[in-house]
Each structure stands twice: as C-alpha cells, then as structure tokens.
Design a protein. Structure first.
Length: 232
C-alpha cells in the first residue's frame, strides 16, 4: 500500500459544519430562486445605473459594500435577530410596524411588503406556520429559523448572501457585467457578510441606523423614472 497523502495546513484547519434538514431548509428559504418575487426588485440599483451613479463593476461593488455595512444589509441582519427573539404575535406586529417606518420611499416599501407577504404565505402554507402574520422577510425569517434552532447569525449570513446575489443578478440585466466580474463581487463580499452577520445575535432596535443615503435617494428616484424594468 502507498503512503497516506500528507495533510496540508488548510486541510488541518477544516472543521465540520452543521448539516441537517433545518439548515438545508434555511438555504431554500434564502435562495434568490425562492418564489417571493425577488427577481422583480433591484433595491434602487436600476435608478442608480440610470442616474450614472453605478457605471462599472467597481462602482457596483462599492455600492453593495456600503449597503452591507451602512444600510439595508446591516439593518436586515438586525431585523433577523429581533425576529428570532420575538415572543408572540403582538411582538411580531410591533416589529413589523417599526420596520415599515424604516422604509425610505414608496418603491422600497412596496418591495418589502410584496416579498414579505409572499414569504409569510409560504411559511403558512408549506411549513405550517399557522397564525404567522404578513411580515417583512428578515423578521419572518428570524422568527421561523429560531423555531428550528438556527442561530440568528447563521440565518443572517445566508440571507445576506442571497440578498446580494439577487442585486448582482439585477445589475447584470441593466449594465455590461459579465459572469466573472459578478461572481468576483460576491466572492469578495462573502467574508464581509460573515464578519457582519453576528450583529444579529446581540443588536437591539437602538442599533438600527442607515447612512447609505445614495441608496435611499435612488429608491425614491426609481418611482419617478419614465421607464422601468424593476419595481424598485
């Protein structure tokens, strides 16, 4: 018999990850292909491209990094954590009211409401979440994931990966952006998502804030565009 293959340092650091049906289900819920209509929304990317704020792959990556650290990405991770900690129908409705107040413009509110209603309906119809009200996706995701013993940070990490994958796919339909460049953006975002996701474990309502002002302005401009491919 030949000598065993030597283990390199990268292999020595490999740790087993949790793989079970609940985590596979989580991956299903946060996939851009999950039927909540995410393909119809660009989260202001369309208006930003039309306004000349995003003209290249580098611009798009900078935009998404700001959105992750200073805007929707960070806040959605917090909403996931708050949803996970919510106890009962009343607490969920209170969170939903707070989340509605954070929507800067009508297209952004329509995006959150439509996708949230579809996600919540699927939770009721497929996963037996009877009595779950219509909630924005991060709140509903945090709540149902916690019921399956999934940590908020894990739910936030996979959710954010799917969220930004959807935005990159939207940009590919709006500007010259090849597959290599698109996947490169997502690859560079991944460690940043992993570093940010733990905020879902400890953050409170007081930690919510947004300074991604151009994203908010683009969301408002989208509603005024004479021709649009996306709903936001």
């Amino acid at each position: 018999m030949g000598a065993p293959m030597p283990m390199n340092m990268a292999q020595a650091r490999i740790c087993p990850m949790r793989i079970d049906a609940d985590y596979i289900t989580l991956a299903q819920w946060v996939s851009p292909a999950f039927p909540v209509g995410g393909f119809a929304f660009s989260h202001g990317i369309e208006a930003a491209i039309q306004d000349g704020l995003i003209t290249s792959a580098d611009d798009l990556e900078d935009w998404l990094c700001d959105l992750l650290h200073h805007g929707t990405g960070r806040n959605d991770a917090i909403w996931i954590g708050l949803g996970a900690k919510a106890e009962g129908h009343g607490a969920l409705i209170a969170l939903q009211d707070e989340a509605r107040a954070w929507q800067f413009a009508a297209p952004r509110l329509r995006e959150a409401q439509n996708m949230g209603a579809s996600f919540s309906a699927l939770m009721r119809d497929v996963w037996g979440q009877d009595g779950l009200p219509d909630l924005f996706v991060p709140i509903a995701l945090g709540f149902v994931a916690a019921q399956r013993g999934i940590a908020p940070a894990d739910a936030a990490a996979l959710y954010l990966q799917g969220f930004f994958a959807n935005l990159v796919a939207a940009a590919q339909r709006l500007m010259p952006l090849g597959q290599v460049a698109a996947q490169g953006i997502l690859a560079r975002l991944s460690p940043q998502i992993a570093a940010l996701a733990p905020i879902a474990e400890t953050a409170s309502l007081d930690d919510l804030h947004s300074t991604a002002f151009l994203s908010d302005i683009a969301a408002a401009h989208h509603g005024l565009a004479p021709a649009r491919m996306f709903q936001s």
